[in-house]
Design a protein around this ligand. Structure first.
Ligand SMILES: NC(=O)c1ccc[n+]([C@@H]2O[C@H](COP(=O)([O-])OP(=O)(O)OC[C@H]3O[C@@H](n4cnc5c(N)ncnc54)[C@H](O)[C@@H]3O)[C@@H](O)[C@H]2O)c1
Length: 313
């Protein structure tokens, strides 16, 4: 995927200082790719670190291929940046059930390793709404972390290490509890799945579970705004919800996609739970982070349109 192929709709958020240096782990993934593009577009220098080689290059971008579990390589790569965005992770809930030890290593030990290289750099950690488990929506940051998957537990451990590194060594670390992030570049998740199925057969659509799972989906550009704001304004030691503040069912998503693609398939449901560790109902209370001037700007229909166009292309 070329960086230029990603649809960016423009933004109201820019970092206060020009020409900063950033270290981004997980730079080859969905969110990392968008984040690096934004930082480079704004004239900053970026060093990316990932197991996988990114599908882009840029004169102000250095890439180090490495594992966050390789502390020596990590230390040699983090050369006093102004900010660190830590996104590298084992990101799949079902995989965390299959191999909880690996999930723990990458997400808990890996985050500990990146934090131990941070020193004075402002640190922004990509956490997740799954730390709340089955908390009643809309969920505020005050709600206790109560994960019901190994993924949620290992990401919660990462947050706790951010807090401890902040308290003990003064690392200015904040966490963003991302709800479901969608948009061009994300080749996973329910929206991608539904669009791909309809591309293969526009006459029939099978929905996993009851279709009544109701979740908060936030568009990628809004999430990148949130990362930049967290760097500029986040209060060290704090964690912030980043969602749209609205919940929508899988059935509603399916209807919107069918409308956008102008398809009228027969719909069937597998029933039961979609997968182990899945949380059926999420909605962010975003009042805390919106107090910094952030707001989700991209409407679901526009976001889905962009995702459909990206998948088609
Ligand atoms: N996408 C979402 O909806 C969502 C929601 C909540 C939280 N998050 C968090 O945001 C972050 C980014 O998510 P994403 O959707 O871009 O995921 P992604 O899977 O697309 O990207 C993760 C990247 O991390 C890299 N990585 C994995 N293990 C590594 C290791 N040991 N060392 C170095 N690199 C490694 C992968 O190669 C990949 O490029 C993750 O921390 C994830 O937990 C994402």
């Amino acid at each position: 995927m070329a960086l230029e192929e990603l649809l960016i709709l423009g933004s109201e958020v820019e970092l206060r200082e020009p020409s900063l240096e950033f270290f981004v782990t997980g730079c080859s993934g969905f969110i990392g790719t968008h984040l690096v593009k934004r930082l480079l577009d704004e004239g900053h220098m970026v060093t990316g670190y990932d197991l996988v080689i990114p599908a882009y290059t840029h004169v102000n971008f250095d890439f180090v291929q490495g594992d966050i579990l390789d502390l020596e390589r990590l230390r040699a790569s983090v050369v006093k940046p102004d900010g660190i965005f830590h996104l590298a992770a084992q990101t799949k809930v079902p995989d965390s059930t299959q191999d909880p030890s690996y999930d723990f290593l990458v997400n808990a030990q890996g985050t500990f390793n990146v934090l131990s290289c941070a020193s004075e750099a402002t640190f922004v950690y990509a956490s997740t709404s799954t730390v709340y488990g089955t908390a009643a929506p809309p969920t505020t940051e005050e709600h206790a972390m109560h994960p019901v998957s190994f993924y949620g537990a290992s990401k919660a451990a990462g947050e706790l290490y951010c807090s401890a590194f902040n308290g003990i060594f003064g690392v200015p670390a904040t966490s963003l509890r991302l709800f479901n992030v969608y948009g061009p570049g994300n080749a996973k998740g329910v929206m991608y799945d539904l669009i791909k199925k309809l591309q293969l057969d526009g006459s029939h659509l099978e929905i996993l579970g009851s279709g009544l799972q109701k979740k908060d989906y936030v568009y990628i550009d809004d999430v990148i705004d949130a990362f930049l704001l967290a760097y500029d304004k986040g209060i060290p030691g704090e964690a912030y919800n980043v969602g749209s503040g609205r919940a929508i069912t899988v059935n509603e998503i399916a209807s919107s996609i069918c409308r956008i693609l102008d398809l009228h398939p027969d719909i069937s449901w597998t029933g039961g739970k979609s997968w182990e560790g899945d949380i059926e109902s999420t909605q962010a209370d975003i009042s805390c982070f919106t107090s910094f001037g952030w707001k989700p700007r991209i409407d679901l229909e526009i976001g889905l349109h962009n995702l459909c166009n990206w998948i088609k292309s």
